[in-house]
Design a protein around this ligand. Sequence first.
Ligand code: APR
Length: 248
Amino acid sequence: MIFVLTGAGISRESGLDTFRDKDGLWSKVNIEDVATPRAFKKDPVRVLEFYDFRRKELLSGDIKPNPAHQALARLESQISNYRAEKGLKKPGLFLVTQNVDDLHERGGSKQVCHTHGSLLWAKCQACDHKFKWLKNLSLEEVCPKCQAQGQLRPDVVWFEEMPYHLEEIETNLKNCHLFVSIGTSGLVYPAASYLRVAKKLKVPTLEINIAPTGSANLYDRGFYGPASEAVPQWVDEVISQLNLWVFN
Ligand code: APR
C-alpha cells in the first residue's frame, strides 16, 4: 500500500495560496489572529470572516483541481482495478491531506482523509454536530441539530487542536510499503512525524515538491518540480510498475 501525504503545495497551481511560501497566507495574516481557539474566543467575527473569504475563493469557480490532483485519482483507480483483478481486497493507496480544500475530491479521488478538517464543513461547538456548509458563517446562524445560536465555526483544525483521524492514519502508515509526501513543508506536527515513522519501519520514502524542503536529506528519493508536472510523471512511473506495489 502506498501512503500519500499532501500539503498546500499540491493546490498552489490551482490558485490557492500556500502558508509558508514568501507570499503565503501566514505572510498576510497572523496565525494567532485567525487559526487558534483563543483567536476565535477573542474575536470570532474576525476568524469567521477569514474562513468566509477562503470558502468563497474556493467556491468562486476560478479554483479547479490541477493535473496533480487528477493524477492521484488516476493512481487510486488504477491500483484498485489492478488489485481487484488479483482478488486483493484491501486498498492499495491511502491519501491523507493537510489541506482543507476539496480539490482532491473534485480531481476524482474517492478516498481522502482530511486530517485538518474541511473549509466546506461547519461544526457546532455546543453539540459537535458537523455538516456541509457552503455559505458565509456568522454568529447569527443556528445549529441545525441542537438549535444553539452563535456556536457554529468552520470544521477546520486550528493550532493547539487535535487533528482528525490520527488512529486511521497511524494504522495505514504502519502498513504501508512506500511513503510519499507531496507539496508540504513538513513543519507541522503530527504530520511532520510521519516521515520518521516510515523511516523507522524501513519503508522507502519519496518527497515530491517544487524544491527540496528542510527534510529533503531524510528522504530516500526526491522528485522536484511544480506538482502539476512532477506528480503525473511519478504516477505514470508507479502505474508502469504496479506489480511492485501490489501486496495482499
Ligand atoms: N508544487 C509543489 N510544491 C509546491 C508548489 C508547487 N507548485 N508550491 C509550493 N510548494 C511547496 C513548498 O515548497 C512547501 O514545501 O508546498 C509546501 C507548502 O508548505 P506550507 O505552506 O508550510 O504548507 P503545508 O506544509 O501544507 O502546511 C501544513 O500548516 O498552517 C498549517 O494547517 C495548515 O495544513 C497546513 C499545515
